[in-house]
Design a protein around this ligand. Structure first.
Ligand code: BV8
Length: 244
């Protein structure tokens, strides 16, 4: 893979970097992306139809099954070289913020320290009534578990379509996009807002934009460097070229 020397030099001297990852970064670990056709039990569903408060209201057991299957799968797979390369990048860049849209928890399992989970985490559940109860999935049982404090339904601690993102995480992500000198968009189709606006915010602040994706996206025309291919192959090469 040809890596422009000026990018390597820039990376080496970089103090503030940020990255936005999407489902594509977990693909080589064996997790399906949202754009992949659903298979098995979920073949006749679209994630967007299940990842909504309305779906949960209407059929909580089905939504629980959907998340239980994804959580099980996420627990069975391992972080891939793309996740590990981002851990290495965090070691070399003084201020590195990893913003992820993924709920699979693989960045933290890979060893990334500063991870901003914009859309929550599939291993946590919370009270749907907002009484503040959060717990780990292992603590619960039953098809539609209820909150031990208030008796309302528990739900996966993820952000569904039509729900607002957690304020602190979004503020941290926006701050990182505003202050970084290089912004990576990795394995995301860039279709879901407000996450998809972050690279454009970084560009407005004058940051260099680098995209890694197996196909072009709406962001591609605006980036400084587009590496077409698998993040599990491209990221380790970028990190090796910059820091050996
Ligand atoms: C909000 C958690 C506002 C759950 C997720 C019209 C109607 C309704 C809503 C909207 C609308 N228009 C805009 C909206 C807002 C909506 C939105 O953006 N909708 C889109 C679909 C148009 N956004 C929201 O609803 C957000 N909230 O706006 O609130 C509001 C304000 C005030 C008051 C109330 C509300 C909330 C969005 C969060 C939704 N939750 N996840 C769960 O995971 O189950 S989103 C979910 O889908 C993911 O988290 C992720 O963000 C998104 C999928 O995107 P990607 O990660 O990019 O994955 P995708 O499969 O699309 O792409 C994978 C890419 O990887 C591809 O490009 C592929 O080429 C590439 N790839 C594949 N393999 C590899 C690879 N790249 C590299 N290497 C490889 N090996």
């Amino acid at each position: 893979m040809e890596i422009p020397p000026e990018l390597i030099t820039f990376l080496r001297s970089c103090v503030h970097a940020a990255a936005l990852t999407g489902a594509g970064v977990s693909k080589e670990s064996g997790l399906r992306t949202f754009r992949d056709p659903m298979d098995g039990l979920w073949a006749e569903y679209r994630p967007e139809d299940l990842a909504t408060p309305e779906a949960f209201e209407r059929t909580p057991e089905l939504v629980w099954e959907f998340y239980a299957a994804r959580r099980l799968k996420a627990g069975e797979v391992q972080p891939n070289p793309g996740h590990l390369a981002l851990v290495e990048m965090e070691r070399h860049v003084p201020h590195f913020t990893l913003v992820t849209q993924n709920v699979d928890g693989l960045h933290r399992r890979a060893g990334s320290k500063c991870v901003v989970e914009l859309h929550g985490n599939i291993t946590r559940v919370k009270c749907s009534h907002g009484c503040g109860v959060f717990t780990e999935w292992e603590e619960i049982s039953g098809k539609a578990p209820t909150c031990p404090a208030c008796g309302e339904k528990l739900r996966p601690d993820v952000v569904w379509f039509g729900e607002i993102l957690p304020g602190d995480e979004l503020a941290t992500a926006v701050q990182a996009a505003r202050t970084c000198s290089i912004f990576f968009s990795i394995g995301t189709s860039g279709l879901v807002q407000p996450a998809a606006s972050l690279p454009f915010l970084a560009k407005q602040n004058g940051a260099m934009i680098v995209e890694v994706n197996t196909e072009e996206t709406p962001l591609t025309p605006s980036v400084d460097y587009f590496f077409q291919g698998k993040s599990g192959e491209i990221l380790p090469e970028l990190v090796k070229a910059a820091w050996g």
